[in-house]
Design a binder for this molecule. Structure first.
Ligand code: X2X
Length: 341
């Protein structure tokens, strides 16, 4: 071997972490790149805790797999809207996606059960259900629809209602309200049950639709109102807490099954640990969000849930969705939140 070649090899060896340099394959892997590259798409701005913590998890996977597995993140609808990314993760165009349960329900209706209107009263109830039997039930339904998922849901939050017209003080104020909702049959049904005029739009279209008054209202957790700057095109924020929404970290089934078991374990551990940290991030954001959004000009009010629940019962919303979800899922939900219908 010439001196030049020896010096080049030594420089390459020096560039690889010592622990890896002891095993020749690490140098070969570093040169040849990862064995598995997963593309992960989501619909949130880079600053949302979902992106912050998933990047940490991706870094952990790269380190723990010694470069064998790499996860490339495409945030903020870079790969298209929710509907596009859901189709891509099913087909294998991408390997990972974090749809709201509301959006996955277009594939498997029971997945939206965590979003039943005014069901969960607080996060204790949410995590007892979603980290327990109800979450396991939903994951099995997604698996039947061809989607694997990590055990721990990521938090989107309790959804609140913003408008450009008037505050929402009671269910009566919902009547005729032109409100945007995600691409979600349950969301459409719930707001129709309240007498509103809901329109399903991709999240990427929300800001411009509010700005041009295609719709006068939207509903989202406060951290989303903050990171998507929706306060710039809305005047009122009514803390309706009308549903809790979470993100499932879903994976293309064939891509997941092709992963060696050790890499499956590394990825699951990294993303489940990141989910718990992200939940705490969202809780802290929510604690500070009301004051922050008031400072940005939103008028905040806190309506009582009573008139909304009564309106939904009178519209037959709970009994109708108990029928759609089926008694097994509905009973699991009521074990956490009490009687709804
Ligand atoms: O589309 C929405 O409203 C959002 C961002 O909350 C979801 O991903 C469902």
């Amino acid at each position: 071997m010439t001196n030049l070649a020896r010096r080049s090899l030594l420089r390459a060896a020096a560039a690889v972490p010592v622990a890896s340099a002891l095993g020749f394959p690490a140098i070969v892997r570093a040169a040849s790149g990862p064995e598995f590259v997963f593309k992960y798409g989501n619909n949130l701005p880079l600053t949302h805790p979902l992106n912050v913590r998933s990047q940490e998890a991706a870094n952990q996977v790269r380190e723990a797999s010694r470069g064998r597995m790499e996860i490339r993140i495409f945030p903020n609808n870079q790969l298209g809207g929710d509907t596009d990314m859901l189709a891509q993760v099913r087909s294998g165009g991408i390997e990972m996606f974090t749809p709201s349960a509301l959006v996955v329900s277009t594939l498997a209706p029971s997945v939206a059960i965590n979003a039943v209107g005014f069901a969960f009263a607080d996060y204790d109830q949410v995590w007892r259900a979603m980290d327990g039997k109800l979450g396991a039930y939903v994951r099995a339904a997604m698996q039947k629809a061809g989607l694997e998922s990590f055990e721990k849901m990521w938090d989107n939050g309790f959804r609140q209602t913003t408008t450009s017209t008037a505050p929402i003080v009671n269910a009566q104020n919902m009547r005729g309200l032109k409100i945007r909702v995600p691409v979600s049959p349950l969301s459409i049904d719930m707001f129709k049950g309240l007498g509103a005029a809901p329109t399903s739009l991709q999240f990427s279209e929300v800001y411009s639709s509010l700005q041009t008054h295609i719709v006068d209202a939207q509903e989202n957790p406060l951290p989303i109102v903050q990171v998507a700057k929706l306060y710039e095109v809305q005047k009122y924020c009514s803390l309706t807490n009308h549903m809790w929404d979470g993100y499932w970290f879903v994976l293309n089934q064939r891509a997941w099954q092709r992963l060696p078991k050790d890499l499956q374990a590394i990825a699951s551990d990294a993303f489940n640990q990141a989910a718990i940290k992200q939940r705490d991030d969202v809780r802290k954001l929510n604690d500070a969000a009301v004051a922050d959004l008031q400072g940005k000009g939103l008028a905040i009010n806190r309506p009582s849930p009573d008139t909304f629940r009564t309106a939904l019962r009178q519209a037959g919303f709970y009994s109708q969705w108990q029928g759609r979800f089926g008694n097994e899922a509905w009973d699991l939900l009521e074990q956490s939140v009490g009687k709804l219908a």
